[in-house]
Design a protein around this ligand. Structure first.
Ligand code: GAP
Length: 449
C-alpha cells in the first residue's frame, strides 16, 4: 500500500485533497493520470451495465436531496456505525474495527507504565450517523437542511416513476448511474479504501416480486458483477464472493453478498456489494411522498411494487484495487524495475512516442508526426524526449503504458530497408520489434504488450 500511495503521488495519479492546506482526512484528488484510469473504469461499467444491454437505462441524479428522502430510505435512523472514544486521547474509532482498536491500544501501551490506567481506555459505544448534512437557502431563517447523498441509490428510486412514464419499460429492467456519495466515516483509512467523499457505480434492477424470480435474478447479477470485476484484469485467486451474515446486512437488504479483493498485506476487503433490497425503497418512498410508485403489469392485469436487485460498486476502490493488482516488481536487463501490469484498455496512456535524440530536429519532427497520428487514433498518447531511452521506458512502465514507440535514424532511412519503420516495445516483456509506421495503429490495437 505504501508503495502504491507513493507511486500514485509521484506519477500524478492521486493526491491528498487540498494538500497545500494540510488536507482533509478521507478526501483525495485525482491527478492527470488517475482521472484517466478512473474514467476508463467508469466507461467499462457504463458499457457493460448500460450500453451493451437492452434492459437497462442510464441516468444521473443530483447529489443534494431533501432530508425527507433519507427519512423514507431509513438512512436518517439506521445509517450509522457504533463509535467508541479513547478516554486517554479522545480520538474516536469505529467500535467494530477490532484490529484498529488493538493497534491504538498498543500505541498507548508503549507509553503507559500502569496497566490499571490502560484498562480505563474506551468509552461505551455510541451510535454515530454517517449522513453529511448541509444547509441550502439564502438566509438563516429560510435555509433548510439537506443531505449530500449517502448512497447514489436513492436518486434512482425517487426517479422510478419518471423513468416509467418517459421510457415505458417493461419489467424486468434496470436503471444505473455513476456519481459521488458522501459519508462521515469515523475512521477513514487505507488510502482510497474508506473515504468521506467517494464515487459509486450502481445498477438498480427492478423485478417482479416472488421468491423464485428473486433468487434467480440475484444469482444472475452476482455472477455478472463478479465477471465484470474479473474483466478489470484480476487474477482468479484475488477475488471471492462472500455472503453477509444476518447481523451484517444493511437495513434495506434481504440478502447481501460482497465481491472481496485480497488486499496485499491486509486481507479480504469489500470491493462491491450485491443486495436484494426487496420492495423496501419504492414502498417507503411511495409512503413518504404520497406518490403511487407501483408498476402496472399488463400481462397479469394488476399493479404491484417491484423488488430491486442492486449491484453497487465503489469506483475509487476499483481504482485502488486495480493499482494494487497491477503493481509488479521484476528485473529487466539486470536492473530492478517497477511496472503496472494494467490492461491496455485501462491504461491512462496508451502509447508513448520518443525521438531517439532530443537535439536532432529531423528525429523530433518525425516523432511528432507519428505522435499526432497515433493521438488521433488512441487519444491518450504521450510525447517524451527527456533523458535517455532507458529512463523513458522505466517512466512509462511505472505508469502502465502498454507500448513505447521510438523514432531513430533508421526511421529516416539511414538503412534504406528500414525507412519509415519504428521500434515498438511492449511493457510486460520489454521485447522490441520493428514495425512500419503505417501498420503501427493496427499492431498496437491487436496485440497484448
Ligand atoms: N447502495 C448500496 C451501498 O451503498 P455499500 O456497501 O454501503 O452499499 C457500496 O457501498 C460500495 O461503495 C462498496 O462496496 C464500496 O466499494 C463503496 N464504498 C462504500 N463506502 C465507501 C467509502 N467510505 N469509501 C470508498 N468506497 C466506499
Amino acid at each position: 500500500m505504501e508503495k502504491i500511495i507513493s507511486l500514485a503521488k509521484r506519477r500524478g495519479f492521486i493526491f491528498q485533497g487540498s494538500e497545500i492546506y494540510g488536507g482533509l482526512a478521507g478526501i483525495y484528488d485525482y491527478g492527470p493520470l488517475g482521472v484517466e484510469l478512473r474514467h476508463n473504469i467508469k466507461q467499462y461499467f457504463w458499457d457493460k451495465f448500460i450500453k451493451e444491454r437492452e434492459d437497462t437505462y442510464g441516468m444521473s441524479a443530483a447529489i443534494l436531496m431533501p432530508a425527507k428522502v433519507w427519512e423514507a430510505s431509513g438512512h436518517t435512523e439506521l445509517f450509522a456505525d457504533l463509535m467508541v472514544e479513547c478516554l486517554l486521547c479522545h480520538r474516536r474509532f469505529r467500535a467494530d474495527q477490532e484490529e484498529v482498536l488493538s493497534e491504538h491500544e498498543e500505541e498507548h501501551k508503549k507509553s503507559l507504565k500502569e496497566v490499571t490506567t490502560f484498562k480505563k481506555m474506551w468509552s461505551g459505544p455510541k451510535v454515530f450517523n454517517l449522513l453529511v448534512e448541509t444547509r441550502l437557502g439564502s438566509s438563516e431563517e429560510t435555509a433548510t437542511s439537506v443531505y449530500l447523498r449517502g448512497e447514489i441509490t436513492q436518486g434512482v428510486h425517487v426517479n422510478f416513476k419518471n423513468v416509467l412514464d418517459s421510457m415505458h419499460p417493461k419489467l424486468p429492467f434496470g436503471i444505473g448511474q455513476i456519481g459521488k456519495a458522501f459519508r462521515n466515516e469515523i475512521t477513514p483509512r487505507d488510502f482510497l479504501f474508506r473515504q468521506r467523499e467517494f464515487e459509486q457505480m450502481e445498477l438498480q434492477y427492478y423485478i417482479k416480486p416472488g421468491e423464485k424470480v428473486g433468487r434467480e435474478m440475484f444469482e444472475y447479477w452476482k455472477q455478472f458483477a463478479l465477471d465484470w470485476y474479473y474483466g478489470l484484469g484480476f487474477r482468479k485467486e484475488s477475488l471471492r464472493l462472500r455472503q453477509h451474515a444476518e447481523d451484517e446486512r444493511a437495513h434495506y437488504a434481504k440478502d447481501a453478498w460482497d465481491i472481496e479483493y485480497n488486499m496485499p498485506g491486509i486481507g479480504w476487503k469489500e470491493a462491491w456489494g450485491i443486495h436484494h433490497r426487496g420492495d423496501w425503497d419504492l414502498k417507503r418512498h411511495a409512503e413518504f411522498s404520497g406518490v403511487d410508485l407501483s408498476y402496472f403489469d399488463e400481462v397479469e392485469g394488476k399493479r404491484y411494487i417491484p423488488c430491486d436487485i442492486e449491484c453497487s460498486g465503489g469506483v475509487d476502490r476499483a481504482v485502488l484495487f486495480v493499482l494494487l493488482e497491477a503493481y509488479t516488481e521484476d528485473e529487466m536487463n539486470g536492473e530492478k524495475r517497477v511496472y503496472l501490469r494494467l490492461k491496455p484498455e485501462l491504461a491512462p496512456v496508451k502509447v508513448a512516442v520518443f525521438p531517439l535524440l532530443k537535439n536532432k530536429p529531423e528525429l523530433v519532427e518525425k516523432a511528432r508526426e507519428v505522435y499526432l497520428a497515433l493521438k488521433k487514433q488512441f487519444g491518450n498518447v504521450l510525447f517524451d524526449d527527456n533523458g535517455n531511452i532507458g529512463k523513458r521506458y522505466r517512466r512509462q512502465d511505472e505508469i502502465g503504458t502498454p507500448y513505447c514507440v521510438t523514432i531513430d535514424f533508421d526511421t529516416l532511412g539511414e538503412k534504406p530497408e528500414l525507412k519509415d519503420t519504428v521500434t515498438l516495445r511492449g511493457r510486460d516483456t520489454g521485447k522490441q520489434e520493428r514495425v512500419t509506421i503505417s501498420g503501427l495503429g493496427e499492431r498496437i490495437s491487436s496485440k497484448r504488450p
